[in-house]
Design a protein around this ligand. Structure first.
Ligand SMILES: NC(=O)c1ccc[n+]([C@@H]2O[C@H](COP(=O)([O-])OP(=O)(O)OC[C@H]3O[C@@H](n4cnc5c(N)ncnc54)[C@H](O)[C@@H]3O)[C@@H](O)[C@H]2O)c1
Length: 254
């Protein structure tokens, strides 16, 4: 039976699907009919996300693992292929700042720099590497990676994070050129400050400052990013590739 759902019978992978933007993406792709493999290192949160995805009437495949570890990445994708089939849509969402280890660069510890690059850039490269061979062979596929408008704005204390998220944009452009001949679209989204647990944990005055710096006067919601990701994974964006879409209420123009 055919429906008007855009991703009917497709297989989507969303990394970091246990919380925040990743959870919103997993639900949005499920709502469009995709079966969704969901990778996260937090088992309880991932279980809750999987229930929400199943409630949309599709298959959910929750996989608990640390996606900075190559063997766990390989196992997660091998399991997805076996259970759901080859991946049509990939959302590279895992990433974070140094959070409690945040500092200005002159005080940064090498291990913190390495951690942020691994989690916010290497996960995107390693996960994408797992799907491109199938996508080339099938001449179909969409890759959407979640960067950050900090890559453009260069916020203080985020040298490591801005480096990693700028790397995601370079990755997007170079891979789009390689995969264009195979009709595979590769794009990135730059959220601005978004209402997820990271923002909810910061002190009230910092939260208000972040909000006041946004022309549209409010923080981004995870669903705003999910809507953009759905668009960039759909046929409606078939002629868009290698691009960066800012979804940030106008905090930074690019
Ligand atoms: N929230 C914001 O203000 C904001 C702004 C710009 C960009 N972003 C980016 O959006 C993405 C999602 O952010 P969020 O705010 O939803 O974060 P979040 O912390 O709410 O969710 C991230 C999820 O990824 C999972 N995860 C992290 N590292 C992992 C690993 N190594 N292996 C497996 N799972 C892992 C976490 O367990 C968590 O469930 C990130 O890439 C982030 O950098 C967020």
């Amino acid at each position: 039976m055919s429906t008007d759902k855009q991703f009917e019978n497709m297989v989507a992978v969303v990394t970091g699907a246990g919380n925040g933007i990743g959870r919103a993406c997993a639900i949005a792709y499920a709502r469009e009919g995709a079966n969704v493999a969901m990778f996260d290192r937090e088992a309880d949160a991932l279980g809750e996300s999987a229930e929400l995805v199943k409630a949309e009437g599709v298959r959910a495949l929750p996989v608990v693992g640390d996606m900075t570890k190559l063997e766990e990445v390989e196992a997660a994708f091998a399991g997805t292929r076996k259970e759901l089939g080859p991946v049509d849509l990939l959302v590279n969402n895992i990433g974070q700042t140094a959070r409690e280890n945040y500092s200005e660069f002159w005080q940064a510890k090498p291990e913190t720099l390495q951690f942020v690059i691994n989690v916010s850039l290497m996960t995107t490269l390693m996960c994408s590497r797992q799907v491109v061979e199938d996508m080339r062979e099938r001449k179909r596929g969409k890759i959407v990676s979640i960067s950050s408008d900090s890559a453009m704005n260069g916020d203080i204390g985020t040298v490591d994070y801005a480096s990693a998220k700028s790397g995601v944009l370079g990755f997007t452009r170079a891979l789009a050129r390689e995969l264009g001949p195979f009709k595979i679209n590769v794009n990135a989204i730059c959220p601005g400050p978004t209402n997820t647990r990271a923002m909810q944990r910061i002190p009230r005055d910092a939260y208000e400052r972040a909000k006041n710096a946004i022309p549209l006067g409010e923080l981004c919601e995870p669903e705003d990013i999910a809507n953009a990701a759905v668009f960039l994974s759909s046929d409606k964006s078939r002629f868009i590739t290698g691009q960066t879409l800012m979804v940030n209420g106008g905090r930074v123009f690019y």
